[in-house]
Ligand binder design. Sequence first.
Ligand code: CP
Length: 303
Amino acid sequence: MINRSLVSISDFSKEEILKILDVAADFEANPNQKLLDGKVIASLFFEPSTRTRLSFETAIQRLGGRIIGFSDSSSSSASKGETLKDTIRMVSNYSDLIVMRHPLEGAARYASEESKVPLINAGDGANQHPTQTLLDLYSIYKTQGTLDNLNIFMVGDLKYGRTVHSLLIAMSHFNPTFNFISPESLKMPNEYKLFLDSKGIKYYEHLEFTDIVEAADILYMTRVQRERFSDHLEYEKVKNVHVLRNDMLANTKNNLRILHPLPRVNEIHTDVDDNPKAYYFQQAANGVFARMAIIATILGVKK
Ligand code: CP
């Protein structure tokens, strides 16, 4: 993993993923380890973010590194027409590692090929969000005590939601059963279903989940990705189709935990927030430890 980019969760093997989770646990136990003295990390966000950017920045600060970059591409020379290739060439002369979010699918892979330093994909369009996946896996492991043989429900925008795409690939190492719940127009894309078929992993598709949620170990809610719709009316039709309310959790398993990559819009009613099965804010907090582990491992500063 040392000096390698993380563009897709497929870039890391099962063993490498488990190693990151071990290192994350070590950082959670000891969060202030000054391992990045003298290192400069560039944080390039061409698309809005709260959690990913700030948890990366927190991770870098806790590790004693320094940060350069921008949180809004309108303040960079991209707004004057500079290409991504030129931007990455420049920034990889200034930094030891690049963290990048970009609205276009494939931009992270392209940038990693142009960069002289490793690049971490902080989300590329509807494609992948591998660091979210590592914090999701860390959260699942912490709450379930295992990653193996879990019944995972994914609800909402399974077409454009990059977090479910990355999580599906990572969980394929651990013999899950998937239940996909979405409006017809936002179903899990065929390429991911074909991937599961090739691995012999069971999945079921539904339009509703009220009657089946009792079987879930993990209920992974997602936001309908308004910014990916070209037709606003299509968004309006599907935006509130699946809303989780507290009364729907009455007969669910004790070990059930509700995850959501956040931000939430309407898909989890606020009456769920005080239910002990709601884990999404702790999940976001776990992002700091997972990202400390990813950075420290790629920069080779942590055994
Ligand atoms: N989960 C996530 O990617 O959140 P942000 O868009 O706020 O970074």
